[in-house]
Design a protein around this ligand. Structure first.
Ligand SMILES: *Cc1c(COP(=O)(O)O)cnc(C)c1O
Length: 390
C-alpha cells in the first residue's frame, strides 16, 4: 500500500487489535486475567494499572482516533474527567471552565474542588474575551465542551488552544457530543481529549466507560493519578467497547445524516418554534462548526410552541423513546428542564436559554421516513387534543 493516511473506519476496525497467534481468530482475544507474571520491574500488568492486553489494545485505537500519542480507558466518563482534571491541579490552582458543561462534570467541580482548595470560574460566554477575562496568575487548566448540551453551542477550538498556549495552561475538552468521527481537537492544538464512551463510542446504550487521549508526557501524569484513584474498566467491558467502536464510523455518519434531515424537517414544522443544530445555516455558530467539525453529530434540540405540552408530546411518540442518556443507535428524546437541568432554578434555565418546551433529540440510525412518521403522528395527536380542548 502507498503511504496514504489510514482512514477512520480502518482505525475503528483494526488499530490496536491483538493478534490471536494461538488460534488465528479474527478478533482480539479477551484476556480476563487480573494476575500476570511480571516480565521485568517496568512491566507489571494489572487491571488497575490500565495495562492489561485489552486495555492497552483499546488505548491504541483511542489514541489513533484522536490523533494523539496515547490513550487510556476508564470505568466511566466521569472517572476520565475527574482523573484528567486532578492530574493537572493541586491546592491553590485555578481552572477556567466553559459556561455550560455536562452536569456531572459541573457537580464534580462544585462539590469536590473546594475540598482540595482548587479554585474555578465559569465563563460568561463562549468568546475569547469571555475565557481570557477569567484567567488568573494561578490558572493551570482551561476546560471546554463542544458542542455543548443541550443547545449545541460551539467553542472555537483554535482560539482555546492559542489562549492556553499563550498563558501556559493545559487545555482540556470533553469531546463526547462530537465523537472522534466528527471532531479531532488535537488537530487544533488541544492537549487532553476526554470522552464518555458510554455515548457514541459504545453506541448501543449498554456500556459505561470513559476515555482520555493525550501526548505521552501528559498521559504519564494522568496514568500516575489514575492508578491511585483506581477508576479502571473491567476487561470484559473493554473488549465489548472495542467491538462497538468498530462500527462507530458508519454509525455516527448515519446519525449525522439523519439528524440533519430531522433538523431541517423540524425547522419547517409549524409547532416547532426553534431548532438548535450546528449543521443548520441559521445556527449562530454554523461557521465555526464548519471549520472544526467533519460532521454535525446526531444531537439536536428543538423548542415546541408554548401551546404544546412537551411531556404530552413525548408520551405520544411510539418509536422514539424517552431516555436520560444519548448517542445510541436508537433515537431517544428528553426534556432538559425536567432532567439534566432540573436542579437549576427556572431563572437560571431561562438565562441559559433552556426553555420549558425545549426537547433534546438524540437521533439514531433508523430510517428517516420512520422517524418523521413517528414525530408527525405525535404532533398530530397533541394538536388534535389542543383543538378538542378549545
Ligand atoms: C454522559 C456524559 C459524561 C459522563 O459520562 P459517564 O460515562 O456517565 O460517566 C460526560 N460528558 C458528557 C458530555 C456526557 O454526555
Amino acid at each position: 500500500m502507498k503511504s496514504k493516511k489510514i482512514g477512520v473506519n480502518t482505525i475503528c476496525t483494526h488499530v490496536g487489535e491483538i493478534k490471536d497467534e494461538q488460534f488465528k481468530g479474527a478478533i482480539s482475544p479477551l484476556y480476563m486475567s487480573s494476575s500476570y507474571a511480571y516480565e521485568n520491574v517496568d512491566i507489571k500488568r494489572y487491571p488497575r494499572y490500565f495495562n492489561t492486553p485489552n486495555q492497552e489494545a483499546l488505548g491504541k485505537k483511542i489514541a489513533a482516533l484522536e490523533h494523539c500519542e496515547a490513550g487510556m480507558i476508564f470505568g466511566s466518563g466521569m472517572a476520565a474527567v475527574s482523573t484528567a482534571l486532578l492530574a493537572f491541579l493541586q491546592s491553590g490552582d485555578h481552572v477556567v471552565v466553559q459556561k455550560t458543561i455536562y452536569g456531572g462534570a459541573y457537580n464534580f467541580m462544585v462539590e469536590e474542588f473546594p475540598k482540595y482548595n482548587i479554585e474555578f470560574d465559569f465563563t460568561d460566554g463562549f468568546s475569547e474575551a469571555d475565557f481570557a477575562s477569567k484567567i488568573k496568575p494561578n490558572t493551570k487548566v482551561i476546560y471546554v465542551e463542544t458542542p455543548s448540551n443541550p443547545l449545541m453551542l460551539i467553542t472555537d477550538l483554535e482560539m482555546i488552544s492559542k489562549l492556553a498556549k499563550k498563558h501556559q495552561l493545559v487545555s482540556m475538552i470533553d469531546n463526547t457530543f462530537a465523537s472522534p468521527i466528527n471532531q479531532n481537537p488535537a488537530d487544533f492544538g488541544i492537549d487532553i481529549i476526554i470522552h464518555s464512551a458510554t455515548k457514541y463510542m459504545g453506541g448501543h446504550s449498554d456500556i459505561c466507560a470513559g476515555t482520555v487521549a493525550a501526548s505521552k508526557e501528559h498521559m504519564d501524569k494522568i496514568w500516575n493519578l489514575g492508578k491511585n484513584l483506581g477508576g479502571s474498566l473491567s476487561d470484559y467491558t473493554v473488549w465489548l467497547l472495542e467491538r462497538s467502536i468498530k462500527t462507530m464510523g458508519i454509525r455516527v455518519k448515519a446519525q449525522n445524516r439523519n439528524a440533519k434531515k430531522m433538523a431541517k424537517w423540524l425547522d419547517e414544522h409549524p409547532l416547532v418554534s426553534k431548532v438548535y443544530y450546528p449543521g443548520l445555516k441559521s445556527h449562530p455558530d454554523y461557521k465555526i462548526a464548519r471549520r472544526q467539525m467533519y460532521g454535525f453529530t446526531g444531537m439536536l434540540s428543538f423548542e415546541l410552541v408554548p401551546s404544546i405540552n412537551p411531556q404530552a408530546f413525548m408520551e405520544k411518540l411510539l418509536m422514539i423513546k424517552q431516555s436520560m442518556s444519548l448517542a445510541g443507535v436508537e433515537s431517544t428524546i428528553l426534556s432538559p428542564s425536567k432532567t439534566s437541568h432540573a436542579l437549576l432554578s427556572a431563572e437560571e434555565r431561562k438565562r441559559q436559554g433552556i426553555a420549558e418546551g425545549l426537547l433534546r433529540f438524540s437521533v439514531g440510525i433508523e430510517d428517516k421516513h420512520d422517524l418523521i412518521a413517528d414525530l408527525e403522528q405525535a404532533f398530530e395527536a397533541v394538536a388534535k387534543k389542543q383543538i378538542q380542548k378549545v
